[in-house]
Design a protein around this ligand. Structure first.
Ligand code: KPL
Length: 319
C-alpha cells in the first residue's frame, strides 16, 4: 500500500512497510507520528483537516523537544484524504469532540483489513467509530505518554509510556496484529480484553486531574500539595469509580485515589491536556470526561454531582 501524495513528494516507501495513518496532528498525534516514523519499521503519515497546517507540517516535519535532544522527523502530512491509499492501521488522536467528523473524512483510508484504533481521552470514542467502521475493525486503548503542543507540528515530549489496547468486540486477532505493528516500531504494547475497564481507569484519572488543573491553572503535581484540592481530587476519583461500578464496569482490585495520586506524582510538572486547551483558548474534552460520567450515572439511576459541577464550571470558562 502506498500514499499517493507521498510517492510524489518523497522517496517511494518500501512495499513491505505497513502504512500507519494518524488522524489529528495535536500533541499526541505528533508525538506518535515522530516515534513511529523514527523507528523506520513502519511508514507513518498524518491526516489533518486544516490544509495550511498540513502544508506546514509536510514541509518542516514534526519537531520534538525531548529531555536530551531536539529532533525533527519528516512526516508526510496532508489535509486531503484523497492523497492517501488504504491504511493498515489508522490511529485516531483527535480531540474527542472531533471523532465523528474525523472518521467520516477518513473513510477512503479504511479497507476491509484496516484496524482503526482510538487512543483518545474520554468515554464514547470507540462507540462513535463503530457507527462508521465495522465493529470488528475497531480497537480502543490508552497511553500514559505525554506531550505539549508548542506550535503546528512542534511538541515538547513529556514522557513515553506503554500502550494498552483491546477489541471491544473480542477480535483478539486484530488486537495482536496491531500490537505487533506498534511493537515493530519500538512501542511497548499490552493487550487487555476488558477494554472498557482500561478506558474507565484512564477516564477516572482524567476526570479527577484535568478539570482541577484547568480551573486552578496548576500543574498536575500541585494538586497534591494543596490539601483542599487533594481531597476534592480523591472525592472525584471515588465518584467516578462508583459510577463505573454502577455501569457494570469491573475495575478490579484498584484503589482510585492511589491511582490518581500516583499519576499526579509521575506527571508532576505536566500541564494537563485540559489546562493546555484552556490556556490556548480551545474547546476542552470535559463533555467526554466528567460530563459523560454524569450522564452515564443518570442512566444507572445514580448521581455524580461533583462531575456534573466540574463539567459546568469548565464549560463556563471559555464561553
Ligand atoms: O492524560 C493526561 C492529560 O493531561 O490528559 C494526564 C494523565 C492527566 C497527564 O497530564
Amino acid at each position: 500500500m502506498r500514499l499517493l501524495g507521498k510517492t510524489m513528494l518523497t522517496e517511494p516507501c518500501q512495499a513491505e512497510q505497513r502504512q500507519v495513518v494518524i488522524i489529528g496532528p495535536g500533541a499526541m498525534g505528533c508525538l506518535y507520528a515522530a516515534l513511529l516514523n523514527r523507528s523506520r519499521s513502519v511508514d507513518v503519515s498524518l491526516l489533518d483537516y486544516h490544509p495550511q497546517r498540513a502544508a506546514q507540517i509536510q514541509q518542516q516535519g514534526v519537531v520534538v523537544e525531548a529531555a536530551e535532544e531536539t529532533y525533527t522527523v519528516p512526516v508526510y502530512c496532508s489535509a486531503d484524504p484523497g492523497d492517501f491509499l488504504v491504511a493498515d492501521l489508522l490511529i485516531v488522536f483527535t480531540k474527542a469532540y472531533d471523532t465523528e467528523a474525523a472518521i467520516r473524512r477518513a473513510t477512503p483510508l479504511v479497507g476491509s483489513d484496516t484496524g482503526v484504533l482510538t487512543l483518545q481521552n474520554g468515554l464514547g470514542n470507540y462507540q462513535i467509530l463503530q457507527q462508521h467502521v465495522p465493529k470488528e475493525q475497531v480497537l480502543a486503548g490508552t497511553t500514559a505518554s505525554g506531550a505539549t503542543l508548542l506550535g503546528p507540528g512542534h511538541i515538547r515530549q513529556a514522557g513515553v509510556a506503554e500502550i494498552v489496547l483491546g477489541s471491544p468486540v473480542g477480535n483478539t486477532e486484530l488486537a495482536h496484529e496491531v500490537a505487533e505493528i506498534l511493537q515493530s516500531a519500538s512501542q511497548t504494547v499490552k493487550i487487555n480484553d476488558d477494554v472498557d475497564a482500561v478506558l474507565w481507569r484512564k477516564a477516572l484519572i482524567n476526570c479527577a486531574i484535568n478539570p482541577l488543573t484547568a480551573l486552578t491553572r496548576r500543574r498536575n503535581g500541585e494538586l497534591l500539595e494543596i490539601t483542599a484540592l487533594r481531597e476534592l481530587m480523591a472525592q472525584v476519583a471515588r465518584e467516578v469509580y462508583a459510577v463505573a461500578s454502577a455501569a457494570g464496569i469491573n475495575l478490579g482490585r484498584y484503589s482510585p485515589v492511589e491511582a490518581v495520586e500516583q499519576v499526579c506524582r509521575a506527571t508532576a510538572t505536566n500541564q494537563s491536556s485540559m489546562l493546555q486547551d484552556i490556556l490556548a483558548g480551545r474547546q476542552t474534552e470535559i463533555e467526554y470526561l466528567n460530563g459523560a460520567v454524569a450522564e452515564i450515572a443518570g442512566q444507572y439511576d445514580t448521581a455524580a454531582p461533583l462531575c456534573e459541577c466540574l463539567a459546568a464550571l469548565v464549560q463556563g470558562i471559555n464561553c
